[in-house]
Design a protein around this ligand. Structure first.
Ligand SMILES: [Zn+2]
Length: 501
């Protein structure tokens, strides 16, 4: 933050006045340093540094080639086996490989196809060049049909043991308006970096890339990133990036379970602060950037109050061509370009509010987005309603609650879809939204009536208890029952698992 300047060189001043002015400047600097956003250590910095201790470390170098639509990726990963088991293989997720064929691409779902591939199908994927474990070539193979789970053989690694995994590959970016793809002149590079999968119950998770929902599950890790991009591109990134004299962009991200980067030669940026957090907004127009920035700031401020402090030093919202409203990553949310239209300001605010809530329920507290998507989506939909109540009062809250939670409870749906269903039960986004977001949020609204301190009180305690960790359904349930001092398991089961048709 820039300090205040005292201009003393233009006019002769008496020595006493100069001394007074200098004292005032010193005082101002001291005060600024003590204010949130000044140079004083932030409380959340200490918390974040502690959370980052002992985590897997990714040192990543990225080079964008906009002539060939490729991203060269070099990752040197310091991995520590904390699984509790001795390991003979590691697994990283190579989600981009799902974009190789129409059969496996999540963007080729019938209801999305035309929006995602306006020029027809375009393949993408990863070409692997080096897979090294402690400097030696390692054998590897894909563990699933869509080639999104790369299993790497290693000599036995005891629990607590450490090693260095090096991956070098080139990502071919498909022309695709999706969380991963090139859209016009923009690169939307969500889920392009190969990241460790989640080791659970004695095995690595190798879920397929479902077209509905977000199938990504991972533990927190630390990232140190260097990006080389052709002149003129503006990056929006999970890790705030600064351009060095050598032209490379560099940044760090501590204790984050995913990483995203978007690049556009057409981004206009706006920036501000929300409490201790630097907030950035990238959009195609100055007005769009400013509008989304204000909503992001308000959402952060609201959730800081409701659910505890936002964990990272920076937060970015960026406009992206998406077939859905938004997509969350730690420190960054992509917001669908349609929401930036002049006539959709209200929608933009609700989308930003929902996606920002994921910084607490998805990024900070990890959960199983593939098997229990309600555990982040329902919570964020509910949080969005609370944002509306905090900002616009009870009347607006009641109206929106009716459309977003009460109406989905009444809607007739075929089959036996319940909010507790895994994402691969859902054949289309509409049913997914109705059931997991809408009916899932109804669970939180019911809890709000029951709990002393309301559902927000519980969610704050839950976010604190599981910060930077992974919470299972059982963890949520146990935490809830402990907070409520009563057995709410039957209520949970009633809302999440009961057939609704
Ligand atoms: Zn969501």
């Amino acid at each position: 933050m820039a300090g205040k300047r005292c201009i003393i060189s233009l006019f002769p001043m008496r020595r006493g006045l100069i001394a007074l002015c200098a004292a005032a400047v010193l005082l101002a600097i001291l005060l600024l340093a003590l204010l949130p956003g000044g140079d004083a250590p932030r409380e959340t910095d200490a918390r974040l540094a502690k959370a980052g201790e002992g985590l897997t470390d990714y040192t990543v170098t990225l080079r964008l080639n906009d002539q060939e639509d490729t991203l060269s990726i070099s990752e040197v990963i310091q991995y520590r086996n904390d699984t509790g088991d001795a390991l003979s293989s590691l697994m990283v997720r190579t989600w981009l490989n799902a974009f190789r064929t129409e059969e496996t691409s999540p963007a080729a779902l019938e209801e999305l196809y035309d929006a995602c591939y306006p020029e027809g199908f375009s393949p993408g994927g990863l070409a692997l060049y080096d897979v090294l474990w402690n400097g030696e070539r390692a054998a590897y193979a894909y563990a699933n049909d869509d080639q999104t789970a790369l299993e790497i053989q290693i000599p036995a690694l005891e629990n607590g043991g450490q090693g260095e995994l090096t991956l070098r590959c080139v990502a071919q970016i498909p022309a695709c308006c999706y969380r991963t793809g090139k859209a016009g002149r923009d690169y939307q590079l969500g889920n392009v970096l190969p990241l460790f999968s989640l080791y659970q119950n004695g095995a690595w998770r190798a879920d397929a890339y479902s077209a509905v929902g977000d199938p990504f599950v991972s533990e927190c890790a630390n990232f140190r990133v260097t990006l080389y991009a052709p002149e003129g591109y503006v990056p929006a990134c999970s890790a705030p990036l600064a351009k060095g004299e050598d032209g490379a962009w560099r940044g760090e991200l501590t204790a984050a379970r995913d990483f995203c980067l978007c690049l556009s030669p057409d981004y206009v940026t706006a920036s501000g602060r929300a409490g201790e957090t630097a907030v950035y907004s990238c959009a195609k127009t100055a007005q769009g950037a400013k509008r989304a920035l204000e909503y992001a700031k308000k959402a952060l401020e609201t959730y800081n109050g409701l659910y505890g402090a936002y964990p990272y030093p920076a937060f970015t919202v960026c406009e992206a061509a998406l077939p859905f409203n938004g997509m969350e990553y730690p420190g960054l949310c992509m917001i669908g370009a349609d929401n930036y239209r002049e006539d959709r300001a209200d929608t933009l605010e609700l989308v930003v509010a929902h996606e920002t809530a994921h910084q607490w329920f998805c990024a900070l507290v990890g959960s199983d987005q593939a098997l229990q998507p309600w555990q982040d989506e329902a919570l964020c939909e509910y949080a969005m309603l609370r944002y509306v109540r905090a900002r616009y009062g009870q009347g607006s809250y009641e109206t929106l609650k009716y459309y977003r939670a009460d109406a989905p409870m009444r809607e007739k749906l075929p089959g036996s879809l319940t909010p507790g269903s895994p994402i691969d039960y859902f054949g289309n986004l509409t049913d997914y939204r109705t059931v997991v977001y809408g009916r899932g949020a109804a669970l939180l609204l019911a809890l709000d009536e029951l709990l002393p301190g309301g559902a927000d009180g519980f969610l704050k305690a839950y976010a604190e208890e599981f910060a930077f960790r992974f919470a299972t359904w059982a963890d949520f349930e146990e935490s809830l029952n402990r907070y409520a001092k009563m057995d709410l398991s039957p209520l949970l089961l009633d809302y999440l698992d009961t057939r609704m048709d």
